[in-house]
Design a protein around this ligand. Structure first.
Ligand code: GTP
Ligand code: MG
Length: 325
């Protein structure tokens, strides 16, 4: 594969080249990893930045519907929109973004939009890297907005929040006890909470839910990266296409403020540091699964199990043998 040529094509906005690039970064093969690294390095000089918007929510809350309506609105304004999914469970049924492509019929056909189906299989450790690198490729290809969707099941929200500029939490209208259902850590990550399905019979409940969450957000610790009034809760209807323009206005205002105040650059730098450290951690863990280290782990585990060594002494010996390499 000619990586220089592929990089040129991606830079020029060639969709098929972008798709091939993403397939490359998704691959676990060693030779592909090396080519992917070369590709990302070649594209890192473009300096292009998209607004990266992470979107999380439980199954059925309306993420796909929202992305379809919201994405269409953005493309109608002339913005180029890419859609990616971070899917922690490869066996998930019904909600895969491949299915979503058919559930986003208008966006899938929009010339300014690109929807990337989630890969059919990924090992858990590879999710973060492949998502991060896919976002980088979309940026290099000149997209204005990258929407990164994840189903809210825990760990994947952190991944998405750490590759996004804005993190949105999509919620459904519900009774008061639902409020406890959202983990505090997730609330603390959110820049905006969008209460979806604020239409028809659900509108009154949505209004209450929105007020509840607005109240809950006010109780959270103030973050330096937020201007007055953020994080905020709003109502939208992805189906009726209501509140979407207002939501975009708020997102843009927040993003502009963060850029002007230096928070945007600081956040991206902090994310780069985070992912560097994370890659090192993952690589070190992978070392333990290989050859001599793996055998040594098993040998020491046996001694710990039989009571010949304490866990901490065995760990110290393990680290010692790793250092000697
Ligand atoms: N009334 C109403 N229904 C909606 C709205 N948005 C989505 N829905 C409905 O909610 C159901 C689930 O919507 P999806 O967009 O597939 O939800 P999702 O969050 O992508 O679900 P998963 O992909 O399974 O995680 C569908 O029947 C939608 O038509 C809305 O704004 N109002
Ligand atoms: Mg969906």
């Amino acid at each position: 594969m000619d990586i220089t040529k592929l990089a040129d094509q991606i830079r020029a906005g060639d969709r098929r080249a972008l798709a091939r690039g993403i397939t490359l970064v998704e691959s676990g093969r060693d030779d592909h990893r090396a080519q992917a690294a070369e590709l990302l390095q070649a594209l890192s000089a473009t300096g292009r930045q998209a607004l990266r918007i992470g979107l999380s929510g439980t199954p059925g809350v309306g993420k796909s519907t929202f992305i379809e309506s919201f994405g269409m609105m953005l493309t109608e304004r002339g913005l180029k929109v890419a859609v990616l999914a971070v899917d922690p469970s490869s066996a998930r049924t019904g909600g895969s973004i491949l299915g979503d492509k058919t559930r986003m019929p208008r966006l899938a056909r929009a010339p300014l939009a690109y929807i990337r189906p989630s890969p059919s299989q990924t090992h858990l450790g590879g999710i973060a890297r492949r998502s991060r690198e896919a976002v980088a490729l979309c940026e290099a290809a000149g997209f204005d907005v990258v929407l990164i969707e994840t189903v809210g099941v825990g760990q994947s929200e952190t991944v998405v929040a750490e590759i996004s500029d804005l993190f949105l939490l999509l919620l459904a209208p519900a009774g008061g006890d639902e409020l406890q259902g959202v983990k505090r850590g997730i609330m603390e990550m959110a820049d905006m909470i969008l209460v979806n399905k604020a239409d028809g019979d659900l509108k009154a409940t949505a209004t209450r839910t929105c007020a509840d969450y607005a109240g809950a957000l006010r109780l959270l610790r103030k973050r330096p990266q937020d201007p007055e009034g953020f994080p905020k809760a709003m109502m939208v209807s992805a189906l009726a296409e209501e509140g979407l323009a207002k939501a975009w206005e708020e997102m843009s205002a927040l993003a502009d403020w963060r850029r002007a105040e230096g928070h945007h650059d600081r956040a991206r730098a902090a994310q780069a540091r985070y992912w560097f450290a994370e890659e090192v951690r993952q690589a070190l863990l992978a070392e333990l699964e290989r050859g001599a280290a793996k055998a040594q782990m098993e040998r020491l585990a046996g001694k710990v199990a039989s009571g010949a060594l304490t866990p901490s002494l065995a760990a110290a010996q393990m680290l010692e043998s790793l250092r000697k390499g």
